[in-house]
Every structure is written in structure tokens, then in C-alpha cells.
Write a protein that binds this ligand. Structure first.
Ligand code: NAD
Length: 255
């Protein structure tokens, strides 16, 4: 199904699990994809793979903590493909989770917030300006987490950043409505990507994570990618300002 043929999307964190799965799904629908990441080699690998399967893709370096770098990414996308229809602000990191926040250096808080929260802020601004200047219309999708709504031990910076993503999604949707730009978020539960590598080795912890989902398995990246592509499509044209949980009900039952 190539119903989104000709549209242009930027995927930040495009070298990672959720980002690369989404870039592939966009390409299948005919979307031209800019795969953006600070992992340049990884981004190039994904863009090459998409081109190898007949899609259109370009890899671009970005550090989402740097506004100039994010602005340059959007400029590069518009220069390469002539327009921007979809911005997926997805790059992110987990907190190191090593200590109670009382004992953590403040640096750890600022590290996580500058990527997960400020990165989304810069991404929304740069993309929305390009969309507005081109006459309006477009979709911005931000990656939040169910950790925007519930707490886990020793992850205060991550919770702060993802709750901010949900709040910014609502605020931006309201401000950008006049330009016919929708802003939505996905809030995944646990997803089988490099982000959860810390827990892979400990079988007990790994099984506990699976059981946190109603059907006792964490998501694969493609489970999230399919929802992102739906949200970017015209089928979701009346969904705006919400965070959609993609968590197999993890938030909805008492464990
Ligand atoms: P991942 O580690 O596979 O991918 C994250 C990507 O972001 C990596 O390619 C990394 O290089 C990139 N990145 C990190 N910092 C960056 C920066 N400053 N500039 C540019 N790129 C940067 O992990 P993932 O699970 O695919 O994570 C994608 C998003 O999903 C993140 O925002 C994460 O918080 C969120 N999320 C993940 C899970 C999970 O369980 N995996 C759950 C909920 C939300």
C-alpha cells in the first residue's frame, strides 16, 4: 500500500530500534525518509537498506540536543526532497538507573532531559516552521513512554522528560492548529531494542518485564512503528494533542 507516496518524513533516532522500524514502514507506504541520528554509520546503514528495497531514503547526522543541528537537519530534508510532511521526534535515551536521585549527580538529569525533552522541543520548532512556511499542513509525532504516567525506581530524569513530551505535545497541538499541523505522541511500554539491553542478561528481571504486559510479552519495534505510521496517515486525521499508549495494556492492570 503506497497511499502516502511522495510525502517526506524525518525520523530522529532513525538508527535505533523504533526509529529504524518506522523508517522501513514509512518507505513501504511510499514515504521518502530522512533517517537522522547521531550514530551516522547506523543511519547510513538503514537508509542504504531502504534504498536497496526500492524506497527513497537519505541519512543525515543530527545531535538533537543542539538546536542548530536540528535546524540543519530540517533544512537538509527540505533541500533534498523539496518538502516536509512528517516529523517523528523519536531519539531518546534511558536514565542509567544506578542511584536514587538524591545521590545522582545533577549531570545525569540534564543529560536525559536535554536529549528526550529539549530534543523534542527543537524538533517540533524546526519542523513546524518549515511546515508553516510551506503553507501549512503536516504531522509531528513525538515518542513519549508509559513512564510519563507511572514511576519506576531510580528513573526520575526519564519520567520528567517523558511527561514533558506529553505536555509539550498537547501545547504544541494547540499552538499549531492554526497552521493545520497535528501533533501527537506515542507512549510505548517496554520495547525490545538496545534501550533495554541492561536487563537482557538477568532472566528473572527479563521475565518480570514480559509479565508487565497483558499478553506477557514486550513490544517489538515494529509494533510501535505501525502505530506511528497510522498516526502520520490520513486515517488519523482527527487525532490531535493525545499520547497513544502502545503497551499491551501494561498501564491498565494491577500487578
Ligand atoms: P534505541 O537505543 O534503539 O534508539 C535510540 C536512538 O536514538 C539511537 O539510535 C541513538 O543513537 C539515538 N540518539 C540518542 N541520543 C541522540 C542524540 N542526542 N541525537 C540524535 N540521536 C540520538 O532505543 P529505542 O527503544 O528505539 O528508543 C526510541 C525512543 O523510544 C526513545 O525516545 C525512547 O525513550 C522511547 N521508548 C523506548 C522504550 C523501550 O522500552 N525501548 C519504551 C518507551 C519509550
Amino acid at each position: 500500500m503506497r497511499d502516502m507516496e511522495g510525502r517526506v518524513a524525518i525520523v530522529t533516532g532513525g538508527a535505533g530500534g523504533i526509529g529504524s522500524a518506522t523508517a522501513r514502514r514509512f518507505a513501504e507506504r511510499g514515504v521518502r525518509v530522512v533517517v537522522a541520528d547521531r550514530d551516522e554509520a547506523g543511519a547510513k546503514r538503514i537508509a542504504d537498506e531502504i534504498r536497496g528495497s526500492g524506497g527513497e531514503a537519505e541519512a543525515v547526522y543530527v545531535d538533537v540536543t543542539d538546536e542548530a543541528s536540528v535546524n540543519a537537519l530540517v533544512d537538509a530534508a527540505v533541500k533534498r526532497f523539496g518538502r516536509l510532511d512528517i516529523m517523528f521526534n523519536n531519539a531518546g535515551v534511558f536514565g542509567d538507573g544506578a542511584r536514587n536521585f538524591l545521590d545522582d549527580p545533577a549531570d545525569e538529569y540534564f543529560r536525559v532531559v536535554s536529549i528526550n525533552q529539549h530534543g523534542v522541543f527543537y524538533g517540533m520548532r524546526a519542523a513546524a516552521r518549515a511546515m508553516r512556511d510551506a503553507g501549512g499542513g503536516g504531522v509531528i509525532i513525538n515518542t513519549a513512554s508509559i513512564y510519563a504516567f507511572i514511576a519506576d525506581r531510580h528513573q526520575l530524569p526519564y519520567h520528567a522528560s517523558k511527561a514533558a513530551v506529553v505536555a509539550m505535545t498537547k501545547a504544541a497541538a494547540l499552538d499549531l492548529a492554526r497552521y493545520n499541523i497535528r501533533v501527537v505522541a506515542v507512549a510505548p511500554g517496554m520495547v525490545n531494542t538496545g534501550l533495554v539491553d541492561n536487563w537482557r542478561q538477568d532472566e528473572r528481571v527479563w521475565n518480570t518485564i514480559q509479565r508487565a504486559h497483558m499478553r506477557r510479552r514486550m513490544a517489538e519495534p515494529d509494533d510501535v512503528a505501525r502505530v506511528v505510521v497510522f498516526l502520520a496517515s490520513d486515517d488519523a486525521r482527527f487525532i490531535n494533542g493525545h499520547a497513544i499508549c502502545v503497551d499491551d495494556g501494561a498501564l491498565s492492570f494491577k500487578r
